[in-house]
Design a protein around this ligand. Structure first.
Ligand code: NAD
Length: 364
């Protein structure tokens, strides 16, 4: 079956790592047709926006996209391209699998067996952008409201962020996590929050999670507080399977989990909604190494594995995943950041690592 996928090469190292994806996918012989759409810093001057409408139209048409990292110009009044994509396409779930691949250096003593999926709510919480600068001028009425309605007196030097968490938003993300668990043969969902302190927001999330869990008797369910979870993930990461979290905790725990499997360079990701899915590496555009054949392509390649599973191209997904795992385990054709301690042989470039993975695909 042929699938047309929107491909956004992105900025910095984006074009180099997406080129590796194209050559590996060509080797798989799957019917993926790429519709290339440029976004980010490279189009900003000509199109006056880093995310032109044609990119969104292409994703709406194809329903699936693979995206390289894009730069958001700082201090020029542009919203982050990633935030804009999430909002425009209602990509309410951020999915970050963190699986350890032998050969990668991890600071965890026994990383084998780490195979987590983090499902983070993408639209609500303290990231909703409802903020008030410290001041008694324009925001005075809000401080007055707090005093009158809540009896809380805050000084004029206090900044305020609002944390909206809704029943509907919580229900759809927890349902997404259980559906993901069920369709991927996973055994347990852990809901994480700080319900003991923030009863009307995190408490709500916890209650909804418990309620949704009753609809999935075939998937185990447990609840943990986020501070305990940080410690658990460092000490016993192999005990966890699918984690579901509100936005802020999800952001933090996603990076913690990436850290224990070897860092953002090897962590894939996807932003998904009920209609569209955008797959992407979790690292940035790495401008310091751009154009030098130094970038590690593993994050975007593992995101491509996720994309192939999503497109129901199971065999192609497994072959690509197997080829990446084999090259990582063997350890000689990897980029400098993946070299093992004490290995003094020269590192491979981005292209050479890509070629080694493509050759493995042929052999599998
Ligand atoms: P970064 O991830 O680009 O770089 C941090 C460090 O990690 C750098 O030293 C870089 O060389 C290294 N690195 C990153 N990816 C690598 C790879 N594939 N192989 C080897 N080394 C790699 O983070 P940053 O410097 O904070 O951000 C740079 C730009 O990327 C910013 O404009 C930021 O807005 C953007 N960004 C985009 C995304 C995205 O599109 N998803 C995510 C994060 C940052």
């Amino acid at each position: 079956m042929t699938h047309t996928v929107t491909l956004v090469p992105g900025d910095g190292v984006g074009p180099e790592i997406t080129e590796v994806v194209r050559s590996c996918v060509a080797e798989l012989g799957t019917g993926i047709e790429w519709e290339v759409q440029q976004a980010g810093g490279s189009v900003l001057e000509a199109e006056k926006t880093p995310l032109p409408e044609r990119v969104l139209d292409s994703i709406r048409r194809n329903e699936v996209a693979l995206k390289g990292p894009v730069e958001t110009p700082i201090g020029k009044g542009f919203r982050s391209v990633n935030v804009q994509l999430r909002q425009s396409l209602d990509l309410f779930a951020s999915v970050r699998p963190c699986r350890y691949y032998p050969g990668i250096q991890s600071r965890i003593r026994d990383p084998e067996g780490i195979d987590l999926v983090i499902v983070r709510e993408n639209t609500e919480d303290l990231y909703a952008g409802i903020e008030f600068m410290e001041s008694c001028g324009a925001d005075g009425p809000f401080l007055r409201f707090l005093k009158e309605q809540k009896g809380v007196e805050l000084g004029c030097d206090t900044g305020i962020s609002i944390k909206p968490i809704s029943v509907s938003g919580s229900e759809r993300i927890v349902t997404f996590a259980f559906e993901h668990a069920r369709s991927n043969g996973r055994k347990k969902v852990t809901a994480i929050d700080k319900a003991n302190i923030m009863k009307y927001t995190d408490g709500l999330f916890m209650n909804v999670a418990e309620e949704v869990s009753r609809r999935y008797p075939d998937v185990a369910y447990e609840h943990k507080l986020v501070d305990n979870m940080c410690m658990q993930l460092v000490q016993y990461p192999e005990r966890y399977d699918v984690l579901v979290l509100p936005n802020l905790y999800g952001d933090i725990i996603s990076d913690l989990a990436a850290g224990i499997i070897g860092g953002l360079g090897v962590a894939p990701g996807a932003n998904m909604g009920s209609e569209y899915a955008v797959f992407e590496a979790t690292h940035g555009s790495a401008p310091d190494i751009a154009g030098r054949d130094l970038a590690n392509p593993v994050g975007i390649l593992l995101s491509t594995v996720l994309m192939l599973f999503h497109l129901d191209e199971r065999s192609a997904a497994e072959r690509l995943q197997g080829a990446i795992a084999a090259v990582l385990q063997e350890g000689s054709q990897v980029t400098a950041d993946l070299k093992r301690k004490g290995d003094t042989t020269p590192a491979a470039g981005t292209r050479a690592m890509g070629r080694a993975i493509a050759e493995r695909i042929q052999a599998l």
